[in-house]
Design a protein around this ligand. Structure first.
Ligand code: ADP
Length: 364
């Protein structure tokens, strides 16, 4: 009997201990579940925060924003991308926007203007560890405004050219015999300047509108630059400037000599014009992969940092040079002439230490 009670007691105690253990395990399990739920809530809140952040993100003022995986499938798109481009997560980008330019842009990471469904978009792409990012801004209105401005300039220049040339011819007939009185000389000079300006504006408009097919040829850089330096000799010699040339033999660009010459000529003209007597002008050229780079540097006053971003705009002239008689078109033409070749032009300057311009042309 005593044994039986003892065994029963042991069994009871083991059952009790089992119960306590079970209860503890249940507690632990509940805690784990609760912990998992909390982590999930945190993750969801994090996801909402990230989505809100991405929705509010406007890199460079872009409207439509997309994140793509490495196969160019849409992982995420903001509202404007969904509404205007019908971009849905899971779709291939090229299904939503079948543009070969866009595909090329993603591979290259850069900026391009693309046309899609009668609208123009400024597209910027970049890489991230999971694939690609793409930001698109609708620039249709800007492009239309640009076109209207171009047409207006071209029309005004065109309308001005004929009467100006007629006046010039009439003045030639009317002008008194030599020696020409000073006001007459001034009149003819100013008129010539006006005719030159109008014809430059017309050229720019035609170049911008792509109505000026470039006559490409293999252009030997060294003799070409030398001929420009000779052409400007009266100007730099009169100021006592020293010209240094560093031009490799045999370097060739694939360019239109007339238009490439407008770039080089305008840069040389400025370098000579802005460098005080006794200063130096340096022209260097070198090969840079598929490009030929040409540099024009001077020891003039340089360009203030606030002017640097604007000097390539048409009619822009630095404060100090407003009264210098320039038109403010030289660098605008240089930029267009270089870009028409697919090249780039850049200006560098530290005030007081001269100005340096570098432009590229395709290598021959
Ligand atoms: P312009 O020479 O007729 O004024 P450009 O378009 O050629 O017009 O140049 C625009 C402006 O850029 C100039 O007014 C001047 O302020 C600045 N600039 C250009 N080249 C140089 C240079 N080599 N040194 C200093 N300033 C320069």
């Amino acid at each position: 009997m005593g044994w039986l009670i003892l065994i029963l007691g042991i069994l009871l105690l083991s059952a009790l201990a089992g119960l306590v253990l079970l209860n503890r395990q249940r507690h632990q399990l509940e805690e784990a579940v609760w912990e998992a739920q909390r982590a999930r809530r945190e993750l969801e809140a994090e996801r909402d925060r990230l989505t809100a952040w991405l929705e509010g993100l406007r890199p460079g003022g872009a409207e439509a924003l997309l994140l793509l995986d490495r196969d160019q499938r849409i992982l995420w798109a903001n509202r404007p991308a969904m509404d205007q481009l019908n971009a849905r997560p899971g779709r291939a980008l090229l299904e939503a926007v079948p543009s070969p330019e866009l595909e090329g842009l993603l591979e290259a990471s850069g900026i391009a203007e693309i046309r899609w469904k009668d609208r123009w978009w400024l597209a910027t792409s970049w890489m991230w560890p999971g694939g690609y990012g793409l930001a698109l801004t609708d620039i249709t209105r800007q492009r239309e405004a640009e076109r209207a401005r171009r047409e207006l300039t071209a029309n005004v220049a065109h309308e001005l050219r004929t009467p100006l040339t007629t006046i010039r011819l009439l003045l030639d007939e009317l002008k008194p015999a030599d020696p020409l009185p000073a006001p007459w000389e001034r009149l003819i000079q100013e008129l010539d300047r006006l005719i030159q300006l109008v014809s430059t504006l017309l050229d720019l408009a035609r170049l911008e509108a792509g109505e000026w097919p470039l006559a490409y040829e293999a252009l030997e850089i060294r003799p070409w630059v030398q001929s420009w330096i000779e052409r400007f000799a009266p100007l730099w010699q009169a100021k006592g400037l020293t010209v240094h040339l560093d031009l490799p033999e045999g370097l060739q660009a694939w360019a239109d000599p007339e238009w490439a010459g407008r770039a080089l000529g305008n840069l040389l003209d400025n370098a000579i014009k802005f460098t005080p007597s006794g200063g130096e002008v340096r022209v260097r050229a070198w090969s840079e992969g598929e490009w030929v780079a040409i540099e024009v540097a001077d020891t003039g006053p340089g360009i203030p940092p606030e002017d640097l971003p604007r000097i390539f705009e048409r009619f822009y002239r630095g404060d100090r040079h407003r009264g210098s008689g320039g038109s403010g078109l030289g660098l605008a033409i240089a930029r267009h002439a270089v870009e028409a070749h697919g090249g780039r032009i850049q200006a560098f300057s530290e005030p007081g230490r001269g100005a340096r311009f570098v432009f590229t042309l395709p290598a021959a």
